[in-house]
Design a protein around this ligand. Structure first.
Ligand code: NAD
Length: 440
């Protein structure tokens, strides 16, 4: 089989195929051997398991779970475990592929992995959820480990679940192994600064852009789609710097106010009153402020300076890419811009700070958690933040330089930057060019 003959991924794997398309584009701008690209088109290992769970009423349910290790040339594979009824193997493979690139973009010594269970966690009691989580670890224990594959939380999994999983793995190993999983509760070996790391990483990207574009934060209007973990922390940090957050939304719709919102008040309303309200709070007393109600579609098309999609994938597609006015889009969410929409945004001269860099703060601080667990030490929150900023700023600058030098969009530059790192590691093990030149 030649490298050329296989530069197309398995045609049956649609989501995985889409992921691989970005690899082909980046390959044209990296100086690595074609064999490295060929290798990256196949996950290293795929595991499918069934997990029998005794329900609270005494009956038995069996769930399907997956764990995929995409590439481990640069280090153990790393990536979350999601609980969702729509989980498919192709999706898990695509997500593992993205993790390989995300870890390489920020230069942390990991490859990409991902896992998932086909389940609607809202239909399980807490005890059933614990049995399912422990059962999954029992099935995949030989596949994961601090030096092979290190899971973390993802959609509908959280710190408590990570704690159960770490405990189960430790029981199987008959020793305490906190570094087998990240995103744990702080008292069980989690890292300070993990909760806001994703929003913070995106914020550090904007700080770099601020310097380049000589922005005065007070003049810059920002819209944030999605007001969960990542969106709230991003908005909070931007607001604290003087940026004007003029629009925010959640799954039920959004609010707009030209003068900008007091973000701590909105966070209080959303988290304490479970509602995104245009309010100004003093302690626990909140007063309504003037604001316009907008839909999520309208939010995306607002005339603002920065748009931060921080909710879900596929929010900007060929349907609405033409209508996007914000000159800067920072992808706090994973995959908010579709592959085809990228072309339209490039043609209309929008700067898209790609997800694999913009939300890499999360996996970077997960790496810090793993380092602390292995060293048996704990870092202060300031240390976590300083180290994170150093990494995000360094990589942002390298990617921007590559973008400008090659006159390409920032996503392609980020993939090319990551591909060069992964490719060099693959090449260091020898490619056919090396073997042929040595007479084999
Ligand atoms: P979350 O569940 O805490 O928050 C998601 C928010 O999006 C909620 O406010 C929800 O109401 C809102 N939302 C849902 N559907 C929406 C819609 N149609 N329009 C507008 N808002 C909608 O999730 P999160 O952890 O903040 O993750 C958000 C995104 O960031 C995801 O794409 C996730 O993969 C990505 N991400 C998160 C992390 C992390 O550490 N949390 C790390 C990397 C990437």
């Amino acid at each position: 089989m030649t490298a050329n003959a296989t530069l197309t991924a398995n045609p049956t794997d649609n989501i995985f195929d889409q992921a691989v398309l970005r690899l082909d584009r980046a390959f044209q701008h990296s100086e690595i051997d074609e064999e490295a690209v060929l290798k990256l088109k196949y996950p290293k290992a795929v595991l499918e398991v069934s997990i029998p769970v005794r329900r609270d009423d005494g009956s038995l349910s069996v769930f399907t779970g997956y764990r995929v290790r995409h590439d481990d040339t640069r280090g153990p594979t790393k990536g979350g475990i999601r609980y969702h009824p729509g989980v498919t193997l192709s999706e898990v493979k695509a997500l593992a592929f993205w993790m390989t690139f995300k870890c390489a973009v920020v230069g942390i010594p990991y490859g990409g992995g991902k896992g998932g269970i086909v389940v609607n966690p809202k239909e399980l009691s807490l005890l059933e959820l614990e049995r399912l989580s422990r059962g999954f670890i029992e099935q995949i224990a030989d596949f994961i480990g601090p030096e092979t594959d290190v899971p973390a939380p993802d959609m509908y999994t959280n710190a408590m679940i990570m704690g159960w999983m770490m405990d189960e793995y430790s029981k199987i190993e008959r020793r305490r192994v906190p570094s087998v999983i990240t995103g744990k509760p702080i008292p069980l070996g989690g890292s300070l600064g993990r909760d806001d790391a994703t929003g913070r990483g995106a914020y550090y990207c904007i700080k770099e852009l601020e310097q380049r574009r000589k922005w005065n934060p007070h003049d810059i209007r920002v819209a944030v789609q999605g007001f969960g973990n990542a969106g709230q922390h991003f908005a909070r940090l931007m607001h604290a710097d003087g940026y004007r957050i003029v629009a925010v939304s959640d799954s039920r719709g959004g609010i707009f106010r030209e003068e900008g919102f007091d973000i701590p008040s909105l966070i209080y309303a959303k988290n304490e009153m479970r509602e995104l309200q245009a309010v100004y709070c003093n302690g626990s007393v909140c007063e309504t402020v003037d604001a316009e109600k907008i839909t999520n579609e309208e939010l995306l098309e607002l005339d603002v300076d920065i748009l931060a999609p921080a909710a879900l994938e596929d929010q900007i597609s060929t349907q609405n890419a033409d209508a996007i006015k914000a000159p800067v889009i920072v992808e706090v969410a994973n995959g908010p811009v579709t592959f085809d929409a990228d072309d339209i945004l490039r043609e209309t001269d929008k700067l898209v700070i790609p997800d694999i860099l913009a939300n890499a703060g999360g996996v970077t601080v997960s790496y810090f958690e793993w380092l602390q667990n292995r060293a048996g030490e704990y870092w202060a929150e300031e240390e976590v933040q300083t180290r994170l900023q150093k990494i995000i700023s360094r990589e942002f600058r390298s990617i921007m330089d590559l973008k400008e030098e090659r006159e390409i969009d920032m996503r392609t530059a980020a993939y090319a930057h990551a591909l060069t790192r992964i490719g060099k590691a693959i090449e260091a093990q020898g490619t056919s060019r090396y073997f042929k030149s040595n007479g084999h």
